[in-house]
Design a protein around this ligand. Structure first.
Ligand SMILES: NC(=O)c1ccc[n+]([C@@H]2O[C@H](COP(=O)([O-])OP(=O)(O)OC[C@H]3O[C@@H](n4cnc5c(N)ncnc54)[C@H](O)[C@@H]3O)[C@@H](O)[C@H]2O)c1
Length: 345
């Protein structure tokens, strides 16, 4: 059996540290996802923070530790590199990894800080035939896969509208836009990715945002109304200054409704009303639970190995990650011009 050699750049929260959170389902990090597979070995790690690097080495039994990612990429003969550093570093690291000859790159979301970087990453990897996989982890979540199946098999009819929320607290002490944007950017990328996954291509957007601290700082709230090419409508909200975190999609079709998010999933179908003669109403039915569930981080690691083996893009490619980013920036752009409708290519 071939053992795939894995290296991790960025030994922070999503790289490794979140495994220590007692409440989270495991694995919940890059290192944990790859460790769960029998045909991989994490052989090297890199971080500029010495104590994080040492921690990572101790936790996963890895002794090839680097402070310089270029050195790691060129000294180790890695099959797969995971990039779990801040978003502004993704582009240079992905490009250097592609140059180093790895077989696949598993990179955190959002794909990049801006569209220029994102496009360059996708182009560079494509030119060298190196699959780039973006960690929009719900793409490998068994329940989201089931939701997709419910939609594509027409159980809720034709999708007419999708409302998506990624609600969270206010941005704190006026953080600047160094790391890209606010809630619509960081958490919202999961949402825009799923909107495209469930609703298909988007034709136009109209954005609105609340930036109480000014343009230099990230938004408190950003929302977008959008039109899918299919004719369906969408509405998403990121941030919203809430005292809770809520990630949820409400997908309403011509014959039913599907709710899925961090709080679970619900399915409703149109049935003859028991309260009004001649009416149809929504009745909750059992959500068809998947027979076998796969942890999304293990799913992401499996997908990456599949891409490394075949040399082909998978279900959450760099191009998909870029589309999710394009949608976010279109909403920001439209918000800047008072919500004027913008067409997407
Ligand atoms: N998929 C998800 O659900 C999810 C969750 C959290 C974060 N993220 C994403 O993951 C990325 C990292 O976020 P985080 O919360 O883990 O941040 P973090 O700060 O905890 O970790 C980032 C790590 O990168 C290291 N680093 C910085 N520059 C480096 C360099 N030049 N070489 C090597 N290491 C370097 C830092 O020292 C730090 O340890 C971001 O893009 C974020 O959006 C994704």
């Amino acid at each position: 059996m071939k053992i795939y050699k894995i290296g991790l750049i960025g030994c922070g929260r999503i790289g490794t540290l979140l495994e220590k959170d007692k409440l989270r389902g495991k694995p919940c990090t890059h290192a944990g996802g790859f460790k769960a597979l029998s045909n991989t070995k994490i052989i090297a790690g890199c971080d500029i923070d010495h104590s994080r690097l040492k921690n990572f080495g101790r936790h996963w039994g890895v002794n090839r530790l680097y402070k310089n990612y270029r050195e790691m990429l060129h000294q180790e003969k890695l099959d797969v590199v995971c990039i779990a550093t801040w978003t502004n570093l993704h582009a240079s690291m992905v490009i250097e990894a592609a140059r180093s000859g790895v077989k696949a790159i598993f990179c955190e979301k959002p794909i990049a800080l801006n569209l220029h970087d994102g496009r360059q990453m996708v182009r560079f990897c494509k030119k060298r035939n190196i699959p780039l996989i973006i960690n929009h982890e719900r793409r490998w979540d068994s329940y989201y896969l089931k939701a997709k199946q419910i939609i594509t098999t027409g159980r809720i009819g034709e999708v007419r509208s999708i409302v998506g929320n990624t609600l969270s607290s206010e941005p704190g002490k006026h953080p600047t836009r160094t790391h890209g944007g606010g809630a619509l950017f960081h958490d919202g990328t999961h949402l825009t990715d799923l909107l495209l996954y469930f609703g298909g291509p988007v034709e136009w957007v109209s954005g609105h945002e609340v930036r109480p601290y000014g343009k230099k700082y990230i938004e408190e709230t950003a929302c977008g109304m959008l039109g899918f090419k299919s004719g369906a409508l969408g509405f998403i909200e990121g941030g919203g200054s809430r005292k809770y975190f809520n990630f949820e999609l409400d997908i309403q079709g011509s014959e039913g409704r599907l709710l899925i998010g961090n709080d679970g999933r619900k399915l409703y179908l149109a049935k003859k009303s028991r309260r009004f003669s001649g009416f149809q109403e929504l009745k909750q039915v059992r959500f068809p639970e998947p027979k076998k569930t796969i942890n999304p981080f293990e799913g992401g690691a499996r997908e990456t190995l599949k891409c490394a083996r075949t040399g082909k893009d998978g279900i959450s490619s760099g191009a998909d990650g870029l589309k999710a980013l394009e949608l976010i920036f279109a909403i920001y752009r439209s918000a800047e011009i008072k919500g004027r409708k913008l067409k997407l290519k």
